[in-house]
Design a protein around this ligand. Structure first.
Ligand code: PEP
Ligand code: MG
Length: 753
């Protein structure tokens, strides 16, 4: 086999010179393919670029007919070149023509060639094109040659990504600039049009080709050593990487940091002539390309761990790039892999138009905060951070869970229209603000807000809500850097009461545990955190925490009425014990001469199914009930509320769910105990209509839901929907959903849903 003259290092040096020459992009590309062909001793070297209409176009060739350049175009799944683009893997064949995917293009004159080696042109794991070398003989390319070609490919990828080649194929930009539409899950309603801001800005590699290979090897080794010891320190301290990552993640990152294969590949990339940072990037881009094509969620998570590690290495090599104050452009859409609620709150809200995450379920905290801020948000967009570049135009549709990256003018116009229609609808809702929510047959429905942060309370005046039906106190704890002190808690509650004035507020005691983790509290290793030590269970087992919170609340509410409710109560006894703690605190404050709330009502969240079988007792014991349908449905149907794979397996309007709701409404009414629904379903007009039909008269929901639900109430005949539900429930078979019947009813009666 012929040895490459000078090897990859010489080639890279030549490429560097070629990149610096003041010639046209086409002349540069022609020079590059000639250099590569000469270096690897191939008769042919060709570059195919993937365009934004998914076509692989021959952009330059040494050895094939030159007339075929910009003429030979094939679909991205066509031929051997298409196969490489699809798999993002190198392909080496001693006889290309006998491969089933070989597609013959007479204009190229490639029938004379047998051996074929192609590698993908990758950037951040995305395929931008394919680089091919061919030989007349039936030769086998060595591992070193494949490696060298991949290194060379990186230089070409950067050239494509820089947009330099765009002028060569008018009308079709390179694939990275392609319009992309992706669907994830809707996290926070609303439509946002703006430009991408990467939450973690991509690290820009300014120099790809090494000037001194030995020095680059040294830099890489030093950086690896530094990163390893930093991770070891973190693991030993049992610390988190800042954003609350668990020990388990750290251990995995540590394992990768010692992975021999990974280190070897980076060393080889440096040996072949890349700078240390370019080598890290190259190896990570290959990893990304491979793992992105995996559907296994476990492997995708490992990709994140590897990304973390590669980014740490890059930051060590290049240094932190001004991680200070981020100045947002107007109409910023944040794109992140994941983000905590505190990070979101750090941004200038006035400029934020949307949030796109690779992770994040609908009931995650970031979703709750985005909803509170009124920022459209979408989660579970695979690979979002690699898909977008800073500054790209992007649209976030928080209603459907879709994003449009670099949208064409028609898409942009369609969304612009949608925004106008929505704004008009919002105006109509605002017009309903001061109108009482009373059905056509005179039934008053109390519509209240769910809130958790002070900023939420501005929505009270905006929406005309009658009060706060659920104040989630854990949000203050979740966005804090450390446990809020008694004084800090009291200050927050005082501010809440000041903002709500005479309107009633129902405050829920700390609902932490399960998925609601406090970054400063040691994480518990639990097999089933949703069923574990959480909410009132922590409050009863560690009463100090609960007592501090209750005292802060009682003091803050001095002189005004107060409603407190307890989350995740599973037995009447738990409520009785919680109530005793409140009474003890009241007695303590009374003894010390503090003003007490004028009236203090104690309620229970009905969200553990065991309460359905103690419903009469709990309705007698508590001053009020509030149905936490998010958890109640999760436990009733054994369907994890965070797990999208099982989310569609049951319907909240199916007969078993409706029977549970009906039981609560009927028994609470019989005991004279007011009952509210404060889970997400209360904010959906069709579901809210069903709840009214079942007898609920109080609903608490996110601010954006008040308008649509009120519009529904104003057009509803409560007794008619009650009759319909009664008949349908009697008729329906087990498990059947009443959704179609309820939708038909709404349509027939002109009820907007
Ligand atoms: C619920 O479970 O329905 C609820 C309102 O509480 P959270 O969503 O905070 O668990
Ligand atoms: Mg709950």
């Amino acid at each position: 086999m012929p040895a490459a003259p000078g090897g990859p290092r010489l080639l890279l040096r030549r490429l560097r010179e070629a990149m610096a020459e003041p010639v046209s992009p086409q002349a540069r590309l022609d020079r590059i393919v000639t250099l590569i062909a000469a270096n690897v001793i191939a008769e042919v070297c060709s570059v195919y670029v993937l365009s934004n209409d998914n076509i692989l176009e021959l952009f330059a060739t040494e050895g094939l007919n030159r007339e075929a350049v910009h003429l030979t175009r094939m679909r991205s799944d066509e031929g051997l070149v298409g196969l490489i683009a699809q798999t993002a893997e190198p392909l080496s064949l001693s006889d290309a023509q006998s491969h089933p995917a070989f597609s013959y293009r007479p204009e190229t004159g490639e029938e004379a060639y047998h051996a074929f080696l192609g590698v993908p042109l990758l950037r951040a794991g995305n395929t931008l094109g394919v680089l091919v070398v061919q030989n007349k003989t039936y030769r086998v390319y060595s591992e070193e040659e494949i490696e060298a070609l991949q290194t060379t490919a990186m230089v070409l990828s950067e050239m494509i990504a820089s947009g330099e080649l765009q002028a060569l194929a008018p009308g079709s930009g390179p694939a990275t600039r392609r319009a992309v539409s992706q669907r994830g899950v809707a996290l926070a309603d609303g439509i946002g049009l703006g430009h991408v801001v990467l939450h973690e800005p991509r690290i820009v590699i300014k120099q790809l080709i090494a000037e001194n290979v030995d020095r680059e090897v040294e830099r890489l080794e030093l950086a690896i050593g530094e990163v390893r010891s930093a991770i070891d320190d973190l693991v030993e301290r049992g610390d988190s990487i800042g954003t609350g990552e668990s020990r388990e993640v750290l251990e995995t990152v540590r394992m990768f940091a010692h992975d021999k294969g990974w280190l070897r590949r980076m060393r080889e990339a440096v040996q072949s002539g890349l700078t240390a940072e370019a080598a890290v990037e190259r190896v990570q881009s290959d990893n990304r390309a491979r793992m992105m094509r995996q559907s296994d969620p476990y492997l995708r998570d490992r990709l994140h761990d590897l990304d973390d590690l590669a980014n740490r290495l890059l930051r060590t090599l290049i240094g932190h790039e001004g991680n200070g104050e981020r100045v947002l452009p107007e109409n910023a859409i944040l794109v992140a892999r994941s983000m905590g609620p505190a990070a979101l709150l750090d941004y200038d809200r006035a400029k934020l138009r949307g949030v796109v995450l690779e992770e994040g379920g609908p009931t995650s905290h970031i979703a709750i905060v985005a909803r509170a801020l009124g920022i459209p948000a979408v989660g579970e967009i695979a690979n979002a951070t690699a898909l977008c570049d800073a500054g790209d135009a992007i649209i976030v549709d928080g209603a459907t869970g879709e994003i449009q990256v670099r949208p064409g003018p028609e898409i942009e116009a369609a969304y612009g229209e949608m925004v106008r229609v929505r704004a008009k609808r919002q105006e109509q809702y605002r017009a309903l603000r001061d109108q009482p929510a009373v059905t056509r047959d005179g039934v008053a429905i109390g519509l209240q807000l769910n809130a958790g942060l002070l900023i939420d309370l501005a929505h009270l005046a905006e929406t005309g809500a009658e009060g706060v039906g659920l104040f989630r106190t854990e949000l203050q704890f979740m966005v804090a850097q450390r446990m809020p002190s008694a004084a800090e808690q009291q200050t927050l509650y005082e501010a809440v009461f000041a903002a709500t004035g005479d309107l009633p507020v129902t405050v829920r005691t700390l609902d932490i545990g399960g998925d609601k983790i406090l970054p400063y509290m040691p994480a518990l290793e639990e097999e089933n955190p949703a069923l574990g030590w959480r909410a009132i269970r922590i409050g009863l087992d560690r009463p100090a925490l609960l007592r501090v919170q209750l005292r802060a609340l009682l003091k803050a509410a001095g002189g005004r009425p107060l409603k407190i409710m307890f989350p995740m109560v599973a037995t009447v006894d738990e409520f009785t014990r919680a109530k005793a703690i409140v009474e003890r605190e009241m007695a303590h404050l009374r003894r010390h001469g503090h003003p007490l709330p004028s009236v203090c009502r104690l309620g229970v969240m009905v969200e553990v199914p065991s309460l359905l079988f103690q419903i009469d007792e709990i309705a007698r014991a508590a001053d009020f009930l509030s149905v936490g349908s998010n958890d109640l449905m999760q436990f009733l149907f054994a369907v994890d509320r965070e797990n999208r794979r099982v989310a569609g397996r049951f319907d909240t309007l199916s007969v078993p769910a409706l029977r549970a709701f009906r039981l609560i409404a009927e028994r609470a009414a019989a005991a004279g105990c007011p009952a509210t629904v404060c889970g997400e379903i209360g904010g959906k007009p069709l579901e809210a209509m069903a709840l009214i039909g079942l007898g609920f008269r109080h609903l608490s929901m996110s601010p954006a839901a008040i308008g649509p639900v009120k519009a529904m109430v104003l057009n509803l005949d409560a007794s008619a929907v009650a009759d319909l539900i009664e008949t349908e429930m009697a008729r329906a078979g087990d498990g059947e959903s009443l959704r179609p019947a309820l939708s038909a009813f709404a349509k027939a009666h002109g009820v907007p849903i």
